[in-house]
Write a protein that binds this ligand. Sequence first.
Ligand SMILES: N[C@@H](CCC(=O)N[C@@H](CS)C(=O)NCC(=O)O)C(=O)O
Length: 209
Amino acid sequence: MADFTIVLGDYNTSSWSLRGWLALKQTGASFETVMVSFRDPDVKTHILVHSPSGLVPLLKHHTPDGDVLVWETLAIIEFLNEMYPDAGLWPIEPTARTQARVVSAEMHGGFAPLRNHMPMYLKGTKPGEGMGEGVAGNIARICEIWEDCRARFGQDGDFLFGTFTGADIMFAPVVTRFQTYGVDLSPVCRAYVDAVRARPDMQEWAAGA
Ligand SMILES: N[C@@H](CCC(=O)N[C@@H](CS)C(=O)NCC(=O)O)C(=O)O
């Protein structure tokens, strides 16, 4: 039996599922996947079989004493970071690690206009769509975060903190949205989007869509 099971929504639209899956992939742990279909009218019932919150992703860690259930994506990243401290889910340097957690929390709790008007949609492109009220401000703030992280912490690689961390995982669905909706980006942000999209794990997920 694998060490973990992860319960996910569909590859095309489930942005939170992408985040949970990326975090688990980064650990290198063995896992099985259970997919729920958002097209199923009984999807809530199916999710609740696994996840007390009624939301995905849901991570199950199989232990001899029973399954440990972890929901909420940031909690999944923290849980996996504790189990796999060498997986690089957070930067090692304390200031960088704090900043990574701060921007991840800002992503987790914010940017509602972007989420509402530019839902993740990997199967196609919709250039020019999605610029509803508040979206331009969200895009500007996200680019400010990316440029700040790249300038202050990104010297050792192509990602926000150099290597790929939980902060990149939290912003990965935004990367796909910027691509889907053809958002104009500064050279720094464009290079970051291209680096995230080129990752084999991102391409594997996109192929699933
Ligand atoms: N705060 C949650 C959000 C999870 C979430 O909203 N998941 C969506 C899929 S992307 C979901 O399960 N939707 C099903 C529903 O609302 O019935 C987290 O961090 O994991």
